[in-house]
Design a protein around this ligand. Structure first.
Ligand code: ATP
Ligand code: MG
Length: 287
């Protein structure tokens, strides 16, 4: 009997391709897509990758053509298919925003009443406008949304933004964020038991990789009389590891800090008397 595989839908090319392949690689899953195939089996993990257009991924996962998929939360919300969002993946971060001409009369969401908005996200936009009790006409276009106001196609746009440089170049300004998005793992709602087992094992790896990315290993030297105040700054996994140094009166302290507190904690450590502070990336982290 051949072993069952979990079928994973990944964007064939585009903004989520690199992040998706990188994540699989960091999970130790080998995929060779050398010949630009649409379907590739991993050599060392029971998964099969399907390369698809991102718009099609929610439907394919709903219909069990693929078991799971890596796709933007924005596409999940827009397509509104019967899939389960299992995990945020931490890449492909962007927001769906309303933007208007920088020097025009429109200033806020309420000014959009009776106006025309161009977007590739009519479903999300309609729900937002309804909730805010605003009635605008939605003009659906599939690409180059940002030029719509300039060519007289619309008064405003609703589009994905990451750095904001496309808006800037097109003399548009953001007036409201409708949705914050990132790549997520979606799953078919009725996976077989054996596929669930593979998914659990994949999720275990994904979480270890993501946890490691959000944390750094810190190694520093501290005079023994300052150890207590330095250790208070370091939460660590349980508590910091403290080892005596060859030089009398000094210790080496090892700990883990989260990326978000990073700069703040480093400054405080230095001020508290820590020396020779090394920050080391963590490859995997299993709690
Ligand atoms: P496909 O050919 O697969 O349909 P696409 O052109 O629709 O691709 P991309 O532009 O590759 O899609 O974007 C894929 C996803 O990347 C988006 O749905 C979104 O989740 C995410 N993303 C992150 N930053 C941005 C951004 N600045 N603009 C657009 N999408 C972004
Ligand atoms: Mg698309």
């Amino acid at each position: 009997m051949t072993q069952e595989t979990l079928k994973i839908a990944v964007q064939k090319s585009g903004r989520l391709y690199e992040g998706s392949m990188q994540l699989l690689k960091e999970c130790g899953i080998e995929i060779s897509n050398g010949n630009n195939q649409l379907r590739v089996l991993s050599g060392n993990f029971p998964v099969e990758i399907f390369f698809l257009r991102d718009d099609d991924i929610p439907e394919y996962v709903q219909d069990a053509v693929a078991d799971i998929g890596f796709v933007g939360q924005n596409v999940v919300n827009e397509k509104n298919k019967q899939v389960q969002v299992i995990e945020k993946l931490g890449f492909g971060k962007c927001r769906l925003s309303l933007a208007v001409p920088k020097n025009g009369p429109l200033q806020s969401v309420n000014d959009l009443n009776g106006k025309k908005i161009a977007t590739s996200y009519p479903v999300i936009l309609a729900a937002f406008l309804k909730e805010k009790n605003i009635s605008s006409s939605i003009h659906e276009i599939s690409g180059s949304v940002e030029i719509a106001p300039r060519i007289g196609l619309a008064d405003a746009i609703c589009d994905l933004v990451s750095s904001g440089s496309t808006l800037f170049t097109n003399e548009l300004k953001e007036i409201e964020t409708i949705l914050s998005s990132e790549a997520v793992l979606v799953s078919n709602k009725e996976l077989s038991t054996s596929k669930k087992i593979i998914l659990e094992s994949l999720l275990f790896r994904i979480r270890a990789v993501r946890k490691a990315k959000n944390n750094k290993y810190v190694l520093l030297n501290a005079p023994n009389n300052k150890l207590e105040s330095i250790c208070k700054l370091l939460p660590g996994m349980k508590s910091p590891t403290i080892l005596p140094l060859a030089e009398p009166g000094w210790s080496s302290v090892h700990s883990v800090i989260s990326e978000s507190d990073f700069w703040n904690v480093i400054e405080q450590l230095k001020a508290a008397g820590a020396q020779g502070i090394l920050i080391i990336p963590i490859e995997k982290m299993v709690m």
